[in-house]
Design a protein around this ligand. Structure first.
Ligand code: NAD
Length: 481
């Protein structure tokens, strides 16, 4: 069933059934490109959450007892269905989140591959046999941790949910996923692929609700054995504390404020083009988005000119329209936040070279923005902007740039541009970040881990490390009688 806007009727998925909340309570879903309400998301009650918890408790034993070859086959079938449905999933994603259709469809295709990668990797989650006393077998086994409670945001409506679902299900865990109430239909369509592929009832449950109510209830439940969250640092700290109180491990993939250091020996034009491209992807709403541009003073003018050119070449519009290269912000909160950060920087003396304001049209559009002369105490240089705004700050000495880069409590992504292998190695050693890219600003890949240090969180998603949080290690010592 779809609404007049070509948007599906959103349902939760609990114990193998598509359902609305017990009380019929809903919240509106808004197309950020038009500001129109395109649907309603059902909000779970405590009774709905309890059904999801019971289902996940039972589903866990069903799933971990399913032979791994069969589990892998089901997950590959789900990935195949998602690949087939990618165009439709992308269309729904653009309607609810705003990103250009090609990016949305690409995301749907890419996450099908994320699932394949993790499903295959879990087949090699080996334990080990340790030499021991004669007559004794000493082994180390890796077992699924148990039912997982996962919470994901709206910026990657397919990528966020899939990172959690693919790791949990590949490891043999069941999961209760609370996806974003702002982008619920993409998550629903992902879950539909798993349901259609034959994932047994209760293994994968999808709920929506009042975020704080849902997380408090799920985290406190004795059923849940791991808390996995992607989102802002303040909410991450809150959920990690709640998990800590009931002695549950957590996986925290939080925000960042990624520095880009452009060294004196780099090519400023190439650096500006590559950095600008990464800056404006998803309208800057990416946790690893480059967001503080520290450029050697000798290159600042050339770098800035090229960066402004790239910003002005973007075609900002409805993600559904052909040729759009940057969509709207996903919600009004982001717009307000960018207006506040820009006003604060300008009040302190920053210059707006391009953009700097919301666009005069319906929806949540903010112009691609480049600022210079931003003083060190501007909020923009301390607070994660999560939007299409680029402060360019010249430096004279690399050590000073490194101190600036490392001065914030964040430590997610960092970028460097240099022609010198020795300087690249210095950046790799001294930048405090979980993800470092030199001479490019590429995104994450399934094969390698992503995650932060300091306030940006702990645990890793992607690569073989992704399974670590979802598996527990058991030592078994067997005296042969
Ligand atoms: P927010 O902090 O209100 O929410 C972030 C996410 O957490 C949302 O999906 C929200 O539904 C969820 N959330 C909020 N309170 C929760 C709770 N008590 N329990 C469970 N989930 C909860 O911020 P926002 O306005 O949605 O986004 C703004 C900021 O969030 C950005 O500036 C950015 O720092 C951060 N963010 C980070 C990522 C990321 O990928 N790390 C993604 C989206 C947003």
């Amino acid at each position: 069933m779809t609404t007049d806007h070509g948007y599906p009727a959103v349902r939760m998925y609990i114990a193998g059934e598509w359902c609305q909340g017990a009380t019929g309570r809903t919240a509106p879903i808004v197309n950020p490109a038009t500001g129109e309400t395109i649907g309603e998301v059902p909000l779970a009650t405590t009774a709905d959450l309890d059904r999801a918890l019971d289902a996940a408790a039972e589903g866990f034993w069903t799933w971990r007892g399913t032979p791994i070859a069969r589990r892998t086959e089901i997950l590959h079938t789900a990935a195949g269905l998602l690949t087939e449905r990618a165009a439709e999933v992308g269309r729904i994603m653009t309607l609810e989140q705003g990103k250009p259709l090609a990016e949305a469809t690409g995301e749907a295709r890419r996450v099908a591959d994320t699932l394949r990668w993790h499903a295959d990797d879990a087949r090699r989650a080996y334990g080990r046999i340790i030499p021991s006393a004669p007559g004794t077998v000493l082994s180390v086994r890796r077992e699924p941790v148990g039912p997982v409670a996962a919470f994901v945001p709206w910026n990657f409506p397919a990528g966020g949910p899939m990172r959690k679902i693919s790791s949990a299900l590949s490891a043999g865990c069941s999961i209760v996923l609370k996806a974003s109430e702002e982008t619920p239909a993409t998550a629903m369509e992902l879950v539909r692929c798993f349901a259609d592929a034959g994932v047994p009832a209760g293994v994968l449950n999808l709920v929506f609700g009042e975020p704080a109510e849902v997380s408090a209830h799920l985290i406190a439940s004795p059923v849940i054995r791991l808390v996995a969250f992607t989102g802002s640092v303040p909410v991450g700290k809150l959920l990690a504390a709640e998990a800590g109180k009931v002695m549950k491990p957590s996986l925290m993939e939080l925000g960042g404020h990624a520095p880009v250091i452009v060294c004196a020996d780099a090519d400023p034009v190439t650096a500006a083009r590559r950095a600008a491209q990464a800056k404006f992807v998803n309208a800057g709403q990416v946790c690893t988005s480059p967001s503080r541009f520290l450029v050697h003073e000798s290159l600042a003018e050339e770098f800035t000119a090229e960066f402004v050119k790239a910003a002005e070449a973007l075609v900002v519009g409805d993600g559904m329209a052909e040729g759009t290269t940057m969509g709207p912000l996903a919600n009004e909160r982001r717009l307000k936040s960018l207006e506040r950060l820009t006003a604060d920087a300008v009040a302190r003396g920053a210059k707006v070279l391009t953009g700097g304001e919301r666009l005069d049209r319906p929806g949540y559009f903010f112009a691609p923005t480049v600022l210079t002369d931003v003083p060190g105490d501007a909020d923009l240089l301390h607070e994660e902007p999560f939007g299409p705004i680029a402060p360019i700050v010249p430096f004279t000495d690399l050590d000073e740039a490194l101190r600036t880069a490392n001065a914030l409590p964040y430590g997610l992504a960092a970028y460097g541009f240099t022609d010198s292998a020795a300087t690249a190695e210095k950046l790799a050693t001294e930048l405090e970040a979980g993800i470092l890219s030199i001479n490019h600003c590429g995104g994450s890949v399934h094969e390698a881990p992503s995650g932060g240090v300091k306030d940006s969180g702990y645990g890793r998603e992607g690569g073989p490390e992704a399974l670590d949080a979802y598996l527990v290690t058991k030592r078994v010592s067997h005296l042969l009688v």
